[in-house]
Design a binder for this molecule. Structure first.
Ligand code: NAP
Length: 224
C-alpha cells in the first residue's frame, strides 16, 4: 500500500500517540492535531504537527486539508469541570466531522467507548460521558462519510505479551465490561482503517491473552 497522510486528533493522548506510532511504523505519514500546550512523546517529535483549538474552524480545516483520513482520538481529560465530555466528546467530534465534510476528507475513524449511549452507568458520574460519546458517534454516523467507530473497553497501559494476544471484536452493544491495552486499541484502529468492510460499522474491542489474534477482515466475513 502506498504511504498515506493520516491525521490523528488527540495525538498527545495515551491512545492517540500509539496510533501515530503504529502509522509511522507501517510507513504512513501521521499528521498530529494537537492543542497549543499538548505534550508529545519523543518518538513523535519529528512528525507534522498542527496546533489548534477544535473551536477554530479555519485552523481545523487547514489542518485537515489534503489528508487521506482522520482518526479521532480526542477525549475529555478527567476534571472537576463536568462539561468536558459535552465539549470534547460530543461537540468536539462534531466539529471535526463537519471540517472533514468541508475539506473533502472521506475516511474517518472515531475512538469512542464500550457502553456509549447508556444513561445508567457509573462512568456517567463524569459529566454524562457515555451519553455525550453517543452524540459524537451519531454526528459521524449521519455524516455521509466513510466512517468506523471503535468502542474499546477499559484501557490499560500494559505493553507486555501483546504480540500473541487476540482482540475480541463484536458489533454494537454486545460487550459491557473487560479491558484492552491501549497498544491493541491502536492496532485495531490502524487495521480498521485498512479494512474497507469496517466502513459504516460500530466495532467493540476488548482483548484476552488466551484469544488467538485474528484478522479483522476474517472476523467481519465470518462472525459479524
Ligand atoms: N480510560 C478508559 O478506560 C477508556 C475506556 C474506553 C474509551 N476511552 C476513550 O478512549 C479515548 C482515548 O483515551 P485515552 O485515555 O488514551 O486518552 P487521553 O490520554 O486522556 O488523551 C486525551 C486526548 O484528547 C485531547 N483533548 C482533551 N481535551 C481536548 C480539547 N478540549 N480539545 C482538543 N483535544 C483535547 C488531549 O489533549 P492534551 O494532551 O492537550 O490534553 C489528549 O490528546 C478517549 O476518547 C476516551 O474517552 C477511555
Amino acid at each position: 500500500m502506498s504511504p498515506r497522510t493520516i491525521a490523528i486528533s488527540g495525538a498527545s493522548g495515551k491512545t492517540g500517540y500509539r496510533i501515530a506510532e503504529d502509522l509511522l511504523q507501517r510507513g504512513d505519514q501521521p499528521r498530529l492535531l494537537l492543542r497549543p500546550a499538548s505534550q508529545l512523546p519523543e518518538s513523535l517529535q519529528g512528525c507534522d504537527q498542527r496546533r489548534l483549538e477544535l473551536s477554530d474552524a479555519v485552523a481545523l480545516d487547514d489542518a485537515l486539508t489534503g489528508v487521506d483520513g482522520l482518526v479521532i482520538a480526542t477525549g475529555a481529560r478527567p476534571s472537576v469541570d463536568l462539561s468536558g465530555p459535552m465539549r470534547v466528546d460530543a461537540w468536539g467530534v462534531q466539529r471535526q466531522v463537519e471540517s472533514c465534510r468541508r475539506v473533502g476528507v472521506r475516511r474517518v475513524l472515531l475512538v469512542s467507548s464500550l457502553c456509549a449511549g447508556r444513561w445508567r452507568h457509573p462512568l456517567n458520574l463524569f459529566g454524562l460521558i457515555l451519553v455525550w460519546k453517543r452524540v459524537g458517534e451519531r454526528a459521524l454516523e449521519r455524516s455521509g462519510l466513510d466512517w468506523t467507530v471503535i468502542r474499546p473497553g477499559g484501557l490499560s497501559e500494559r505493553e507486555e505479551g501483546l504480540a500473541s494476544e487476540g482482540i475480541l471484536w463484536t458489533g454494537p452493544d454486545a460487550q459491557t465490561s473487560n479491558a484492552i491495552p491501549r497498544r491493541l486499541v491502536a492496532k485495531a484502529c490502524v487495521e480498521a482503517l485498512d479494512t474497507s468492510e469496517s466502513i459504516g460499522r460500530i466495532l467493540e474491542v476488548t482483548s484476552r491473552p488466551d484469544l488467538a489474534p485474528q484478522l479483522l477482515a476474517t472476523v467481519l466475513a465470518t462472525s459479524l
